[in-house]
Write a protein that binds this ligand. Structure first.
Ligand code: BTX
Length: 248
């Protein structure tokens, strides 16, 4: 292995130099009954984003997927995703990166003060189970760590680009520790998320039922939905999807 991942983390780690997607491997482990296991890779050849999008994952990144089996209803699962965003942004800030969260769970670095940003990390949560009780969750965390910006999409940045190369072992350790703290104390996730959020107060563009809406992001509900005050004054709740930050 390129890096030694013998961590004191609350998750057992399966390490790969190269793999298709850590989420795919984690799903396999989850289907086989695994719990509190994390799959970590230096490189992914078939990294996945949300909504069938591709995720570029060259060597030097932190490509991490965590398997959990919490006894929670489906509606609470988004709190695990938000907890992963909080953990990633926290670890990045501790590494000296000026990172924050764009709703729902992109970790970004602002460029200037007009709402522009570059994407540092993304989260992809997948799950199986019933509405009233999920069976397993795979929380996939992709962080552009020790990667040259030239090897990433234009709108992306990396930790190396922002502050120089980091010790990925320590970084992963922190992400897993902070994630573990919040998943054991779900009440604290939304307040922590709000503290790191760069979306609140921003002019945003969101989609709802295929309709594009523009307004100002005002708050996040207890289940992680975004409250947007539209230009006409009406406030709408967006439960899923994307949001674009617009110039004020
Ligand atoms: P997303 O759908 O929000 O973002 C995907 C979009 O982000 C792409 O369409 C592209 O524009 C842009 N993008 C692609 N690669 C990168 C990158 N390296 N950095 C910044 N922007 C990029 C976000 O999806 C969720 C990504 C989760 C990735 C992790 S890695 C570990 C795990 N395994 C796996 O296959 N996926 C997850």
């Amino acid at each position: 292995p390129t890096v030694e991942y013998d961590l004191e983390a609350p998750f057992e780690i399966e390490y790969h130099d190269s793999i298709g997607s850590t989420n795919d491997r984690a799903r396999e482990l989850a289907a086989g009954g695994a719990n509190d296991v994390a799959v970590l890779a230096d490189e992914q050849t078939g990294g996945r984003g949300r909504l069938e999008r591709a995720w570029r994952a060259p060597s030097g990144g932190v490509w991490l997927s965590v398997v959990c089996r919490p006894t929670i209803p489906l509606a609470r699962a988004s709190q695990y995703t938000l907890a992963a965003a909080v953990a990633t942004a926290t670890a990045a800030r501790e590494a000296g990166v000026n990172a924050g969260i764009k709703w729902p769970n992109d970790v970004i670095v602002p460029v200037g003060d007009d709402g522009s940003y570059r994407k540092l990390a993304g989260i992809l949560t997948e799950m199986e189970g019933e509405t009233d009780r999920i069976e397993w969750l795979v929380v996939g965390i992709g962080v552009n760590a020790n990667i040259d910006a030239a090897d990433l999409p234009d709108e992306a940045t990396s930790i190396a680009e922002e502050v120089g190369e980091i010790d990925r072992r320590r970084f992963v350790q922190r992400v897993l520790e902070v994630f573990d703290t919040y998943r054991n104390d779900l009440e604290r996730v939304i307040p922590a998320w709000r503290d790191l959020a760069l979306t609140l107060g921003q002019r945003v563009r969101v989609e709802r039922d295929g309709e594009t809406l523009v307004g100002v992001a005002r708050n996040v509900t207890d289940t992680g939905a975004l409250r947007v005050e539209l230009e006409g004054g009406e406030t709408v709740t967006i439960t899923a999807g994307d949001c674009e930050h617009l110039r004020p």
